[in-house]
Write a protein that binds this ligand. Structure first.
Ligand SMILES: Cc1cc2nc3c(=O)[nH]c(=O)nc-3n(C[C@H](O)[C@H](O)[C@H](O)COP(=O)(O)OP(=O)(O)OC[C@H]3O[C@@H](n4cnc5c(N)ncnc54)[C@H](O)[C@@H]3O)c2cc1C
Length: 315
């Protein structure tokens, strides 16, 4: 039996959708056990993890805000696991790198998928600004996979699993850093950019007016993205920047409005499922990587798209 430990992403005790995606992937690799760091999960949270196949919820009630501590806690809760799955984020990439160093496991982050092939984990991922697809086989007995949000569809298990709560006690190592204060940055309401299933981004072509981009994003239940030129202009905050120096996104749908498609921008969105672009310039490079392109002003095109979507939903 292959045991797959899944580090559960949660916000103040609420399980995130990417965590359910990770559990769904884990079921295809073996038997999932959930690893929960922080205050104990609620009964509802544990039941939800069971719905997605977690046979156990291993809860480490320790302050694991530093990656060194989180790696120790995850290691203690996944000692018997053949595979460890996390959702790839800035934070988890540091945690799993530490865990891999400590355990000698093979690690792949930013994977877009993983499968068990002849008893070893194989991953797929895009690299070099999504210009290459790479398949990697982890040869070590223990594998760690960081999976990108939105690359697996979260589907509940056919039959809910027990999700038995197993408290794990762990001695966290003395280290030279200490967290004295944590204050979340200003975050918009709604889905975080990196996890959003739909991203609608506006660039210099918006001229600084994000009303339509925001309206379309909200209508589609997505997040608002931006090019660096737009954030540098101060039209929208840097947290919205998509690209090489911004956030890498892999939504099912990416809409680029008034964005030329510079290589630095493409690097952060090229692996999206479907790319739709709106640009006045028919030769804009963004069209080279778009599944669907509209030549026109976003100020004409987006209102029509909004109207059609509303009409379609109405009936
Ligand atoms: C080291 C480095 C790192 C970088 N990292 C990033 C990064 O992470 N992310 C990023 O985005 N950029 C990054 N950049 C900047 C990048 O190279 C581009 O300059 C930037 O992406 C361009 O932004 P833009 O497409 O909004 O602007 P532009 O290139 O000026 O394109 C604007 C587009 O809008 C179109 N347009 C104008 N009006 C309209 C309208 N009304 N309707 C529809 N279309 C219209 C134009 O035809 C044009 O194609 C980086 C650059 C460097 C050097």
């Amino acid at each position: 039996m292959t045991t797959v430990a899944v580090l559960i992403d949660h916000r103040a005790g609420v399980v995130t959708r990417p965590a359910l995606e990770a559990l769904t992937l884990a079921r295809s690799l073996g038997t999932p056990v959930a690893v929960w760091l922080g205050e104990r999960p609620s009964a509802d949270a544990a039941a939800l993890l069971g719905d997605y196949g977690a046979t156990e919820v291993r809860a480490v009630e320790a302050d694991a805000r530093l990656s060194a501590h989180a790696a120790t806690a995850l290691g203690a809760a996944s000692e018997d696991a053949d595979v460890v799955v996390v959702i790839s984020t800035f934070v988890t990439k540091e945690i799993v790198t530490r865990l891999a160093m400590a355990t000698g496991a093979g690690v792949v982050v930013d994977a877009a998928g993983a499968a068990m092939v002849d008893g070893r984990v194989e991953t797929v991922q895009t690299v070099f600004a999504a210009t290459w697809n790479v398949r990697t086989r982890i040869e070590s007995a223990r594998a760690i996979v960081g999976i990108r949000p939105n690359t697996t569809q979260a589907v509940p298990a056919d039959a809910a699993a027990a999700a038995t709560l197993v408290p794990i006690t762990v001695e966290l190592p003395e280290i030279r850093e200490r967290v004295t204060h944590v204050e979340p940055g200003e975050a918009d309401e709604g889905v975080p950019l990196a996890e959003a299933p739909v991203v609608v981004s506006g660039g210099r072509g918006t001229g600084g007016d994000y009303t339509l981009v925001t309206e379309l994003a909200e209508l589609l239940g997505g997040a608002v993205g931006a090019s660096r030129d737009a954030t540098d202009e101060g039209w929208i905050s840097h947290e919205h920047m998509v690209g090489q120096t911004g956030t890498t996104v892999t939504p099912a749908l990416y809409v680029a409005a008034g964005i030329s498609g510079a290589v630095h921008h493409r690097g952060g969105m090229q692996a999206s499922g479907t790319i739709v672009s709106i640009n006045m310039d028919p030769d804009a490079p963004i069209f080279e990587i778009s599944d669907f392109g509209v030549v026109g002003s976003l100020f004409d095109v987006i209102p029509q798209a909004i109207e059609r979507i509303k009409e379609h939903r109405a009936g």
